[in-house]
Ligand binder design. Structure first.
Ligand SMILES: Cc1cc2nc3c(=O)[nH]c(=O)nc-3n(C[C@H](O)[C@H](O)[C@H](O)COP(=O)(O)OP(=O)(O)OC[C@H]3O[C@@H](n4cnc5c(N)ncnc54)[C@H](O)[C@@H]3O)c2cc1C
Length: 564
């Protein structure tokens, strides 16, 4: 059987950064990725990465902004750790050769971003994620880290008593072969679950696999109801226009040409935090001041030169996908599912309560983003907690022996695949069922959540699960059977949708990205706590419990009304 002391699932920023730490600690480490590493969603990140590197700025101010941005449900110990480590993490990327945009004097340039009280977002034009990912990839190639490319993990395996992780079962997309890999620890860096929603800025691969696999293996997920809607997804495709566009001076206008954000965030306007801007936009649209379900992002006032220098990719995306040239006219945009605040529950070193399971990046809930993530804090989360978690997991495996890997785990996965492929009777196609579920998630579990909408979201779950058992695959082949992969991912999406819906129904308050029309205010007395979702294998459903927020003694973090 193949064996690696540390198995990292995912080759985005978090997974790659963690692997480098494994190399440094002399651990036998390998990465598994369902797509080529350089196609990981990190590559799509445009706007930038936060760090208090300017002498006028302060890491404590970055921490304060992040605690406030999280709507006081982020874990303060982890937030401080991230913000204090940020300057070192960015300088490390710089030294590896990351081509950040520069000021004239040669210093790394920084732009304003939403919810931040200082211009602290470092960037490389509008391709920040791409350059960071490529730089880490070069280091991995140099260190000769083995990568199982186009291999999809279908099961997280525990020892027979279910107490410790012993490895994974992998499906080789190229050949259709199913094989086990034994490990002393597994680090999930599988990214977010944006594809639970129909309109999303996320890659089609962002199906939350690692979280769903961890859930079914007995690990807790946290805060799954908090889903960030980005204020500027293109109207038609949902593809992202970076917050950097507003950071550079772009403004939001309604169909009457009115710059409306002053009504919702008098001081910061377009650069309030994302939940606030998305609610402002959605209100304009609901009250009839949008057009075709969208409002407009006006960049014309920046001028052609600045757009070409700072936002060249954005301009091209708008021309190609929306038929609009931002140099000449405003861009139609709308709030679009963007980021998963929820994830595998970990401590501040990335360890989950299931022994041997670690998580980092968007797949994890450490939790540094709480109920609302600040723009630029996720690339940071990836490199900071990739490093910290990679180190913690490496130290762990150095003190462990391999445990029993039950063969039944492989048999189970083979049986699952055979069942899907061999089903002859006509049922529903995976894409149809996915669209049915994900469009309802947008309609009923989106920017605003109504009691009626949430009830409808929950009511559909039994029929979605029933229809999943009737899935029919048109493609029965072994090699690159994307039909089969979409069906397997859909199972993860359904389980995560249940976590989101149940968490949203139970949380009778509004906090960060979770906005209930029937409970419009934040309720710190009853709800300043994390939602924990666990899988009940007998009832095959999700059960909720709650956990206290980890606070530190700092008077600035005492919750107050969040105004921008
Ligand atoms: C369009 C867009 C723009 C963004 N812009 C910014 C920004 O400017 N600043 C910022 O801070 N954040 C931004 N974000 C958020 C940020 O990019 C992501 O949260 C972050 O990059 C996630 O990194 P990750 O390493 O956790 O996962 P990802 O980069 O998503 O990588 C996930 C990896 O997991 C692998 N994987 C998943 N499932 C499996 C499986 N079952 N088996 C094997 N492999 C698997 C994939 O192959 C992939 O390699 C943006 C996000 C989007 C969608």
């Amino acid at each position: 059987m193949k064996s690696h002391d540390l198995i990292i699932v995912g080759a985005g920023l978090a997974g790659m950064r963690a692997a480098l730490e494994g190399v440094k600690e002399n651990v036998n480490v390998a990465i598994i990725s369902k797509i080529h590493p350089l196609r990981s969603h990190s590559c799509a990140a445009q706007g930038g990465v936060n760090a208090a590197i300017d002498p006028e700025d302060d890491t404590s101010l970055h921490s304060y902004d992040t605690v406030k941005g999280s709507d006081y449900i982020g874990d303060e110990d982890a937030i401080e750790l991230m913000c204090e480590t940020a300057p070192e993490a960015i300088m490390e990327m710089d030294r590896m050769g990351c081509p950040f945009s520069r000021r004239e004097a040669g210093k790394i340039a920084q732009r304003p971003f939403g919810g931040a009280s200082f211009d602290r977002t470092c960037f490389a034009a509008d391709r920040t994620g791409q350059v960071m990912l490529h730089v880490l990839w070069e280091q991995l190639v140099k260190a000769k880290v083995p990568v199982y490319e186009e291999c999809q993990v279908l099961k997280l395996v525990t020892d027979p008593d279910g107490k410790s992780v012993t490895g994974v079962v992998v499906y080789d997309i190229k050949t259709g072969e199913v094989f086990p890999i034994r490990g002393k620890a597994v680090l999930m860096a599988t990214g977010g679950y944006g594809r639970v929603y129909q309109s999303s800025t996320n890659a089609t691969t962002n199906t939350g696999d690692g979280m769903a696999l961890a859930l079914r293996a007995g690990a807790p997920l946290a805060d799954m109801e908090f889903v960030q809607f980005h204020p500027t997804g293109l109207r038609t495709s949902g593809i992202l226009v970076t917050e950097g566009a507003r950071g550079e001076g772009g403004v939001l206008i309604n169909v009457d040409g009115e710059r409306f954000m002053g009504k919702y965030a008098p001081t910061k306007k377009e650069l309030a935090s994302r939940d606030v801007v998305s609610r402002g936009e959605q209100t304009e649209i609901i009250e009839g001041r949008g057009r075709d379900g969208a409002i407009f992002l006006d960049l014309t006032l920046l001028g052609a030169e600045k757009i070409m220098e700072r936002l060249p990719q954005i301009r091209q995306l708008c021309i190609d996908l929306e038929g609009v040239d931002p140099i000449k006219e405003p861009i139609p945009v709308r709030p679009t599912a963007h980021y998963s605040m929820g994830g595998i529950r970990t401590d501040k070193y990335g360890a989950s309560p299931l022994s041997g399971l670690y998580a980092a990046g968007e797949a994890a809930c450490v939790s540094v983003h709480g109920a609302n993530r600040l723009g630029g804090n996720s690339l940071l989360d990836g490199v900071v907690f990739g490093k910290i978690t990679g180190k913690a997991a490496s130290e762990f495996v150095n003190s462990q022996e391999y445990r029993i890997f039950p063969q039944e785990a492989v048999d189970e996965v083979n049986k699952d695949i055979e069942n899907l492929i061999n089903r002859e009777e006509w049922g529903i196609r995976p894409v149809e069922l996915h669209t049915r579920l994900s469009s309802k998630m947008n309609a009923y579990c989106g920017v605003f959540r109504t009691p009626d909408g949430l009830a409808q979201a929950e009511e559909q779950l039994p029929s979605v699960r029933r229809d999943y058992d009737l899935i029919h695959l048109d493609d029965k082949t072994k090699s690159f059977n994307l039909n089969l992969l979409r069906a397997l991912e859909l199972r993860n999406i359904i389980d995560l949708a249940e976590c989101i819906i149940k968490g949203a129904i139970a949380r009778t308050e509004s906090r960060g990205a979770h906005s209930r029309t029937d409970y419009p205010t934040r309720d710190d007395d009853n709800w300043r706590k994390h939602t924990i979702a666990m899988w009940n294998a007998e009832t095959k459903s999700v059960e909720l419990s709650y956990e206290a927020v980890r606070t530190v003694d700092n008077p600035r973090y005492v919750p107050k009304e969040r105004v921008y």
